[in-house]
Ligand binder design. Structure first.
Ligand SMILES: Cc1cc2nc3c(=O)[nH]c(=O)nc-3n(C[C@H](O)[C@H](O)[C@H](O)COP(=O)(O)O)c2cc1C
Length: 379
């Protein structure tokens, strides 16, 4: 009862993801907001990602009697409560301390996948008690094969059953906004940083309790123990070696579904099918890597005719509502991921945030399906 009251109050106060984004922006330091929001270059792709979704028109049909939309979705032999999951996000604790713990618990409660990033601020072992059957693990491909094997074993032993290997970071991208905002690893305690701490007291209090964010999964492998050195270690040790042979090796090493994330070209998707990947994420990394890339909507239009039904097509980049989820599935996506939307939820509402994002998205999705006159998701 108390929970229902809180839920209704939240739905009235923050009815859409953009309400959570506004609240998140007010609650976290400027540098953390810039890290979360930034694209790259002129950020034309940030805007194109949104525009591409807004331009998908769906024509409703009426007089279908009472409709009970079904949104449960099967993926890789599991039934999830909805056709969406939480995308991997790195340096999460900078934006909100303990973010991964709140996200993992909410994913388990709501039965949707949560993807833990290689460069998250909590480890697979820490999340293991909370994640239930919902854990996916994202790998930035380490150059060192031993290190790769160690990470895969840790993820598997901690209960993460689906591997997401990210292909679209051949080198770190230029994120001009984060430079202007003064992002550094470790965060430098400058007068500007202290002032930001004073005007964002809840964030500061949680950060003091939890300590400054650390890349806890990978720091144990760095020879050095300062975050700066760990950051350098990640920049040099986890990029650039990705190749189709590398993917083949992963296919042999990982016993479970593998998804390759960040593909946009139809030929790359055909190659992923050829080497036995189970899924691909059609994604431009939320516009954070290459400003001239196509939107995932544009890419899907090229990829669906050659790949639909041969491999699971997962889509992300720019999804901000349940209506966008339906639009993605109308294009041919089997499943979608959301990065920033879930982070807005955590930054705005702490542990209540991810459940609230789930509520908004599922409510909007059901509503949109009834408006369209359909009970089944387009498949
Ligand atoms: C702050 C931030 C950090 C991210 N970190 C990672 C990461 O560590 N690994 C990865 O594969 N993708 C990462 N991504 C990309 C997301 O997984 C996802 O592709 C993207 O957020 C989707 O776009 P959306 O934010 O518009 O939903 C990150 C995205 C954001 C916003």
């Amino acid at each position: 009862m108390a929970y229902d009251k809180k839920r209704t109050a939240l739905l009235n106060r923050y009815p859409a993801i953009e309400d959570l984004a506004k609240k998140a922006r007010a609650r976290i330091p400027h540098v953390a907001w810039e890290y979360l929001q930034t694209g790259t270059g002129q950020e034309t792709l940030v805007n194109r990602n949104r525009k591409a979704f807004d331009e998908i028109i769906l024509t409703p049909q009426f007089c279908k009697g009472p409709l009970q939309p079904k949104i449960e979705t099967n993926l890789f032999g599991k039934t999830y409560a909805a056709p969406f999951g939480i995308a991997p996000v790195g340096l999460t604790g900078l934006m909100w301390p303990r973010a991964e713990i709140h996200l993992a618990k909410a994913a388990a409660r709501n039965n949707i996948p949560f993807t833990l990033s290689t460069v998250a601020t909590e480890t697979p072992e820490t999340l293991s008690p909370y994640i239930g059957e919902q854990g996916w693990f994202q790998l930035y491909p380490p150059r060192d094969v031993d290190l790769r094997k160690k990470l895969l074993v840790r993820a598997k032993q901690s209960g993460f059953h689906t591997l997401v290997v990210t292909a679209d970071v051949p080198m770190p991208s230029r994120r001009e906004r984060t430079k202007r905002a003064g992002l550094s690893t470790p965060p430098k305690i400058t007068p500007r940083f202290i002032w930001q701490g004073i005007i964002h007291p809840t964030w500061s209090w949680y950060t003091l309790k939890n300590g400054l964010p650390r890349l806890r999964t990978v720091e144990t492998y760095s020879e050095f123990d300062t975050m700066k050195s760990v950051g350098e270690f990640v920049r040099h040790g986890f990029r650039g070696d990705m190749s189709w042979d590398y993917c083949k090796a992963l296919r042999e090493e990982w016993d479970g579904p593998i998804v390759i994330k960040g593909l946009l070209h139809p030929s790359d998707v055909l190659k992923a099918i050829e080497i036995g990947m189970d899924g691909v994420v059609i994604s431009n990394h939320g516009a954070r890597q290459f400003d001239a890339a196509p939107t995932s909507v544009e890419a899907m239009k090229q990829i669906v005719p050659v790949a639909k039904g041969k491999i699971k097509l997962i889509m992300d980049s720019g999804i901000r509502s349940g209506l966008d989820v339906l639009r993605a599935m109308h294009l041919g996506a089997d499943f979608v991921l959301l990065g920033r939307a879930f982070m807005y939820g955590v930054c705005a509402l702490d542990k209540y945030g991810p459940d609230h994002v789930f509520e908004i998205l599922t409510d909007e999705l059901r509503n949109s399906m009834v408006q369209m006159g359909i009970e089944e998701l387009p498949m």
